[in-house]
Design a binder for this molecule. Structure first.
Ligand code: FAD
Length: 555
């Protein structure tokens, strides 16, 4: 008898599982059940369809049922919701959404890839017309139609995460005036606050109203088709349309109904082969709980890359291969108004949450390519590593160009359990328009390596105001006069050797410059002369981001 592989959900995880299974087993019977009207569509393109950057709806569909049938001999049943699993009989109950008819199908292996649903908290007025979430092609069409039909001029986007910010850009692109309501004090909550700051600056420069530290309380109708969004801080924002991007929740209804184990974070529990607590049932994608590759803790990480890789692992195992999913490190990127922000591995926030304190962070602001080549722009880069052995724990970057490449290199190093010394040694391609002979990756490794070897000691910007500390700005006088850290003394690098008598030997010196390089030179010379020196990593540029994101109190 043919091996019957039934798959619930036909997008990232489900579709990749189905096609991989076919490549491994030509004789299996493979059926995908998808409750929506599309299979294998590009969720990631939806915000850009709303913004008219992607103009044809057909460009959002990666494959059709016909493609699946003709290329892979895989049957796709659209508008077919799997409503129950009978584990005893190894059958699923399917409801045809067009006719209401239900029927049973037997499986040898069942794969659940039902994804995650946008969170819609039970707030007053949440079901008012004009309040949308975005998950499917029909959602994106409704948003487009609403904007056009109602001639919406203003929008509130609740939630400043990746999807929320992509929607902001696309709504602005369509000419709407946008307010972002974000409960946390920063956008892009997975990132550390100072690393999200450049993005916040860019959003404000482009006229976006950022209401941080404030959440939605209720929605009220206002005039014809307008909505007033009331917030927890008592503000009232009028909007022609509201987009909710306040997170997603794993779709676990089917799994719970079947008595499958659910993990502590609320996702379906699976082992490293993506098998659930039932040996005939696998689960992949946004619905499952994964192990954080860096902290080792259970996590929910709704991203397309892990979903497709998990689908592949499940297919491998179902077809008799040995395959293991390594865990998720949350590598993600988002671009807003030409500025990209990306993260991989742990942030300082996530390390603290996990109770891990044996780490250090360095900041740098190198050009994405050689400064002498036209078009050079800075990347704000933060590298986090373990203090005792230099193992890389995470990185974040923000910039106009070259951000993806640097975070991807570090992401790969993290997967290989690399150290900052590996980044020092990384051999990367270089010509002036692509990078630098000493690439930002090498520089990050060298700066962290200096810390590991004890050549430099770093102080954090948040401990700036400690007593018994003298802060020295080693930039040139003109730079100092244009703005400096409150209370800092200015001794330009070129004058340090001649003005040693002005520097106290009994107090700790904290040095900074523009981005970190001159302070490093100064700290080396002072350290060798017996001074107690610490560097404020990333220089004045990092100070501004820390100050503006509320991490340091300004005078
Ligand atoms: P999904 O892709 O959500 O697919 C699940 C499917 O299962 C759905 O189509 C659903 O209708 C169906 N289903 C659910 N229950 C049943 C049932 N009982 N019976 C039958 N069918 C069912 N990730 C990135 O990495 N980068 C991005 O840029 C990015 N952008 C995104 C933008 C948007 C607007 C959205 C919504 C998501 C984005 N994501 C992005 C996340 C990414 O799309 C998901 O992580 C990925 O699609 C998860 O795959 P999945 O198979 O688990 O679930």
């Amino acid at each position: 008898m043919k091996n019957r592989i039934l798959i619930v959900g036909g997008v990232a995880g489900g579709a990749s599982c189905a096609t991989r299974a076919r490549r491994l087993d030509e004789t299996a019977e493979i059926i995908i059940f998808e409750k929506g009207p599309h299979v294998s569509f590009a969720n990631c393109g939806l915000p850009y369809f709303v913004g008219d950057v992607i103009q044809q709806e057909s460009n959002l569909t990666v494959a059709t049922p016909q493609t699946f049938r003709e290329r892979f001999d895989i049957e796709v049943r659209l508008l077919s919701e799997v409503v129950a699993i009978d584990r005893e009989r190894a059958e699923i109950l399917v409801k045809e959404l067009t006719s209401g008819r239900t029927y049973r199908e037997r499986y040898d292996s069942l794969v659940l890839s039902p994804g995650a649903a946008p969170v819609r908290p039970p707030l007053a007025g949440i079901d008012l017309p004009g309040v949308f979430t975005l998950r499917s092609i029909p959602d994106s069409k409704q948003i487009r139609e609403w904007i056009e039909r109602k001639n919406a001029k203003t929008a509130v986007v609740a939630g400043g995460g990746f999807i929320g910010l992509e929607m902001v850009e696309n709504l602005v692109q369509r000419g709407l005036q946008v307010t972002v309501l974000e409960m946390q004090n920063q956008v892009l909550p997975p990132m550390d606050p100072e690393m999200a700051e450049p993005l916040q600056r860019r959003l404000r420069e482009r006229g976006v109203n950022l209401a941080l530290g404030d959440g939605v309380l209720a929605f009220e109708p206002s005039g014809q088709d307008g909505i007033v969004v009331r917030t927890s801080k008592g503000a009232r924002h009028k909007a022609g349309i509201v987009i909710l991007g306040i997170g997603v929740r794993p779709e676990t209804g089917l799994a719970r109904g079947a008595g499958l184990e659910i993990g502590p974070r609320g996702g379906i529990r699976v082992d490293s082969q993506m098998r659930t607590s039932d040996s005939k049932i696998w689960a992949v994608g946004d619905a499952v709980e994964v192990t954080d590759y860096v902290t080792g803790q259970a996590a929910l990480v709704p991203l397309a890359g892990p979903a497709t890789r998990q689908g592949r692992v499940a297919a491998d195992v179902i077809c008799g291969r040995v395959s293991v999913f390594r865990g998720v490190q949350g590598t993600a990127i988002c671009s807003v108004f030409g500025l990209a922000a990306a993260i991989t591995g742990a942030s300082e926030k996530s390390l603290r949450r996990a109770g891990i304190s044996d780490y250090e962070a360095v900041y740098l602001h190198p050009g994405q390519h050689a400064a002498f080549f036209p078009g050079a722009s800075a990347i704000y880069l933060k590298l986090i590593f373990r203090r005792n052995d230099g193992r890389i724990l995470g990185a974040q970057a923000c910039g106009e160009d070259g951000v993806d490449k640097r975070i991807d290199v570090i992401a790969t190093a993290i997967q290989k359990q690399g150290t900052v010394f590996d980044l020092e040694e990384a051999e990367l391609c270089y010509a002036p328009q692509f990078g630098a002979a000493k690439d930002p990756i090498n520089m990050a490794g060298m700066i962290a390596g200096n810390v590991m070897r004890g050549d430099v000691q770093n102080a954090t910007w948040t401990s700036l105001s400690s007593n018994g500390v003298t802060v020295v700005d080693v930039r040139d006088r003109e730079e100092f006069e244009m703005g400096h850290v409150p209370g800092a003394t200015n001794i330009p690098l070129a004058e340090v050797r001649g003005r040693l008598s002005e520097l106290p030997t009994e107090r700790e010196l904290r040095l900074y410059c523009g981005v970190g390089q001159r302070a490093y030179y100064a700290s080396r010379l002072l350290k060798q002369r017996g001074y107690r020196v610490q560097n404020l990593s990333g220089g004045y540029r990092t100070f501004l981001s820390c100050r503006d994101s509320g991490m340091i109190e300004s005078d």
